[in-house]
Design a protein around this ligand. Structure first.
Ligand SMILES: Nc1nc2c(ncn2[C@@H]2O[C@H](COP(=O)(O)OP(=O)(O)OP(=O)(O)O)[C@@H](O)[C@H]2O)c(=O)[nH]1
Ligand SMILES: [Mg+2]
Length: 286
């Protein structure tokens, strides 16, 4: 954590803009609360990634929420490239405003440099690859700002550092930690993934039993709790241990995998201050 902070601080000194990558399903839980402090007065553009897995209405609410905080938030999907063009435009415009501000203070104009920062697995490499794919020239042989970092030129005005800043996730809050685990931001090896799956089943039973019913064809009344739910999934999917006992652990892996890949529908788990976090009417059918 201290090392990550030092590294980011070193790069930050050399950039004009920070592109803060968040998971659109958990914009709050995937945010590093210390980033704003590290960035100080540098402009920041928020990117909500994996919108293909998030509830669309919730994404719009989050964009409005950030606007209320004076931050531009761009919904994207690095998976299919949705929103990348608009993101490049927003970063460039923000950079040009910054440049004008610096020029007015006697700083010689230079190409805008941006860095991407975010927690593990949020899509940093995917975003940089998307941007590199759009790059007019890859300035690969040009030394970057720090040893080992290269600059990728995106369009006429903008350069992106090819190495992202890795931020640590918000694990101190239990609600955030479990959502990070459900969405795959914490490696399954690092947590008790069976318990993570049981709690996901509990959550789905309570909030979206219909999704479970549609996907696994089970009778909700019989599931009881999360563990019972995993048992039923194991039976339905023929996941049996020797002796014929249902393999709930395997069912747990299946549930987590299908939840993360959107097979169980589209979810936004964090809400910007609204009680209900998922809107069934729009999210259904995902
Ligand atoms: N569905 C979906 N998956 C995505 C999207 N962007 C990235 N992913 C997937 O998310 C996973 C992590 O993406 P990476 O780009 O490796 O994330 P990262 O932040 O570089 O991860 P680390 O380097 O491990 O910190 C990969 O399996 C990607 O395919 C997206 O917009 N939609
Ligand atoms: Mg990466």
């Amino acid at each position: 954590m201290a090392k990550a902070r030092r590294e980011i601080q070193a790069i930050l000194k050399t950039v004009d803009i920070v592109v803060e990558l968040l998971d659109a399903r958990i914009p709050r839980s995937s945010a590093n609360p210390m980033l704003a402090g590290l960035i100080a007065d540098r402009p920041r553009v928020v990117v909500l990634n994996k919108t293909d897995l998030a509830d669309q209405r919730a994404t719009r609410l989050w964009v409005a929420y950030f606007a209320g905080q004076g931050l531009e938030a761009c919904p994207v999907s690095c998976g299919d490239g949705r929103g990348i063009k608009e993101l490049v435009r927003t970063v460039t415009e923000t950079g040009l405003r910054r440049q004008a501000w610096l020029t007015a203070r006697g700083v010689r104009p230079r190409t805008i440099k941006a860095m991407v920062a975010g927690i593990p697995n949020v899509g940093k490499s995917s975003l940089i690859n998307r941007l590199a794919g759009r790059a007019s020239a890859r300035t690969a042989d040009r030394p970057g700002v720090t040893r080992g970092h290269q600059l990728i030129r995106v369009g006429r005005e903008l350069e992106i550092i090819d190495t992202p800043g890795v931020l640590w996730p918000r694990l101190s809050e239990p609600e955030c930690a479990i959502r990070l685990a459900w969405t795959g931001a914490i490696r399954d090896q690092a947590v008790d993934s069976y318990q993570v799956a049981v709690r996901l089943a509990d959550y789905l039973l309570a909030e979206h039993p219909q999704r479970l019913f549609e996907r696994y064809g089970m009778e909700m009344g019989r599931a009881g709790d999360g563990q019972g739910c995993l048992q039923l999934i194991a039976i339905r999917r023929g996941m049996l241990r020797s002796g014929g006992r249902p393999d709930e652990e395997k069912a747990g892996q299946l549930l987590l995998g299908e939840f993360r890949s959107g097979k169980l529908g589209l979810y936004t788990l964090d809400s910007p201050g609204y009680e209900r976090e998922v809107h069934d009417d729009e999210a259904a059918g995902g």
